[in-house]
Design a protein around this ligand. Structure first.
Ligand code: TYD
Length: 231
């Protein structure tokens, strides 16, 4: 997490239909306002996973639409993530920029691990390979051991009961492979997120998304401001 020039990395998570998008857009706008007029030159980069690079966006199409087993799916999401880290996230953080990503590795532990029931140890191994700082940043001067892997500074988890998320999604658009899953799948996804949060409680802000949009936004802003990331 430490680099010579310190950037800021925030990820957004939640089951499909939890309502991340409008709040991500609003937070991007808030960061741009904060840094727009200031003398501190920081770019605000909005990105997503799977995706964020031309290669990763191609992989996204396969991941969201093609049937495959859980290990294949896990390889593809981590391959996409690796390209995204190399081309977008790490260079941005090295410049000191702010990166806001719609999903990151917690989604893999939640969807492939929780939802699909895939082996968490294997996912941890893939996480280590993909996100090890010493394999990402040749100039890294911090703690340089196997434990140091790239993680968001803050993960905002939009938590909504799966039944309500399903109602919100119904009829909204043609569902992709994951959106078409039954409510029980999303219960397991949510349990996967909870486990990740239990493992790294200080990284997470769990937002109750079963409230008005205004109330959710108030909680999102409070989570970011209380950590000193926004004035
Ligand atoms: P999502 O982020 O909800 O985008 P959109 O709002 O455009 O539908 O869709 C991404 C889907 O990919 C979502 O269903 C979760 C899934 N996913 C995984 O299964 N594993 C992962 O590691 C990631 C990043 C996403």
């Amino acid at each position: 997490m430490t680099s010579v020039k310190e950037g800021l990395f925030i990820s957004f998570e939640g089951i499909d239909g939890a309502g991340k998008s409008t709040h991500i857009d609003a937070l991007v706008a808030a960061f741009k306002t904060q840094y727009g007029d200031s003398k501190v030159a920081k770019n605000v980069i909005q990105t997503r996973e799977p995706g964020g690079t031309p290669l990763a966006e191609k992989l996204r199409q396969l991941i969201l639409n093609d049937a495959m087993d859980a290990l294949t799916e896990s390889f593809l999401v981590f391959a996409a993530r690796r390209d995204h880290l190399n081309l977008v996230i790490e260079p941005a953080l090295a410049r000191g920029d702010v990166v806001l990503s719609d999903r990151f590795t917690d989604a893999t532990f939640a969807y492939q691990g929780g939802g699909r029931g895939f082996d968490l140890k294997t996912l941890s191994t893939l996480e280590q390979w993909t996100q090890q700082i010493r394999w990402l940043d040749a100039n890294f001067t911090g703690k340089n051991d196997e434990e140091t892997i790239r993680q968001p500074d803050l993960t905002i988890w939009f938590d909504l009961p799966p039944e309500i998320a399903a109602q919100r999604l119904a009829g909204a658009r043609v569902p992709d492979k994951f959106e078409a899953q039954p409510v029980e799948f999303f219960r397991q996804v949510a349990a996967g997120y909870q486990k990740r949060m239990d493992d790294s409680p200080s990284r997470f802000a769990k937002i109750n998304s079963n409230q008005s949009r205004e109330a959710v936004w108030r909680d999102v802003l409070a989570a970011v401001k209380s950590r000193g990331f926004l004035a």
